[in-house]
Design a protein around this ligand. Structure first.
Ligand code: AMP
Length: 155
């Protein structure tokens, strides 16, 4: 019982919570916006990570940024989608996490972003942690604690 309680109190690490890189949709810095928009629309995500050819994390590209960039004075200039590269538009001032950070570190960063990228000390992309994952963990923990408290009080 004691070890079960200890396990319930252990704060999970980012390495245990992340979606690994091979399951994450991404685009390359040199891709035209046209390709990035295609990936975003096809995947249904509002934003995805941007990597360089060596798999190093460079930033995040979103549908909103692409639409802002193509909006002219009166209309969308969609021909610009093939002229501009992802590196010109992406957001590169985003926080990252390391594999040995824990769920609390992730939670702080996820207040302002729907997902946060995980990198290794060399800056290579390892995966992402999403708000959904953290909320699921939190919900599970809350229900387990509640169940445990109810059992204790009825004993
Ligand atoms: P969620 O919390 O699952 O709704 O995910 C939040 C955001 O994380 C999504 O809108 C995407 O921008 C990003 N995301 C989640 N899963 C993936 C994935 N497999 N590949 C790329 N981006 C993802």
């Amino acid at each position: 019982m004691v070890s079960l309680e200890k396990e319930a109190l252990r704060i999970p690490l980012v390495s245990e919570l992340m979606i690994p890189s091979e399951k994450v949709a991404h685009v390359q810095v040199g891709n035209p916006l046209e390709h990035a928009l295609l990936v975003l629309v096809k995947s249904g995500y509002s934003a995805v990570p941007v990597l360089d050819p060596r798999f190093k994390f460079q930033g995040v590209i979103s549908k909103t940024k692409i639409l802002e960039e193509t909006l002219g004075i009166e209309e969308f200039e969609l021909n610009r989608l093939s002229e501009i590269t992802v590196s010109e538009v992406m957001d590169n001032e985003v926080p990252c996490l390391q594999l040995d950070d824990n769920m609390i570190d992730a939670m702080h960063k996820l207040i302002d972003y729907p997902f946060v990228c995980v990198t290794n000390p060399e800056g290579e992309f390892d995966g992402i942690v999403t708000r959904r994952t953290i909320l699921k963990q939190f919900s599970k923990h809350y229900h387990e604690t509640l169940k445990h408290t109810m059992t204790e009080t009825t004993l």
